[in-house]
Ligand binder design. Structure first.
Ligand code: ZN
Length: 129
């Protein structure tokens, strides 16, 4: 299954936990795992706190201190910072499913990570049985 994600900012975390839960229910997956895969070189996926929105704001703020938008980069497209961030965060997450439920911790949410938006993005979901 493919989720379409429309990002509205240059850099942005968008929570997709509910879409992944819906996919697990639609698949009737009881025990196994779901792979969340992002087929882009300037976006990624991560799991982190969804209780306080300040957390994802702080993650992006800190990442931009480590990997500034403008730096000593040579890639002609001018978005090297986004490629670097995408590699650091990674392009997939695997979440265990038990008794039909994602095995996420109380405060864990699944986030699509945009680093070179705004764009129309895709997220692939696959149930492993
Ligand atoms: Zn590029």
């Amino acid at each position: 299954m493919i989720i379409n994600v429309r990002t509205s900012q240059g850099q942005q975390f968008i929570e997709i936990t509910e879409q992944v839960k819906k996919f697990v229910a639609q698949e009737g997956l009881q025990d196994g795992a779901v792979v969340v895969y992002v087929p882009h070189t300037t976006a990624g996926v991560t799991i982190n706190e969804n209780g306080d929105p300040a957390v994802v704001r702080d993650i992006l703020h800190a990442v931009n201190k480590l990997i500034p938008v403008h730096g000593d980069y040579t890639h002609l497209e001018g978005n090297s910072h986004a490629h670097i961030k995408a590699s650091l965060f990674g392009s997939s997450c695997t979440i265990l499913v038990e008794n039909g439920h994602l095995q996420l911790g109380t405060w864990q949410g699944i986030y699509f990570c945009e680093f070179d938006g705004p764009r129309n993005r895709k997220v692939f979901l696959k149930a492993l049985r």
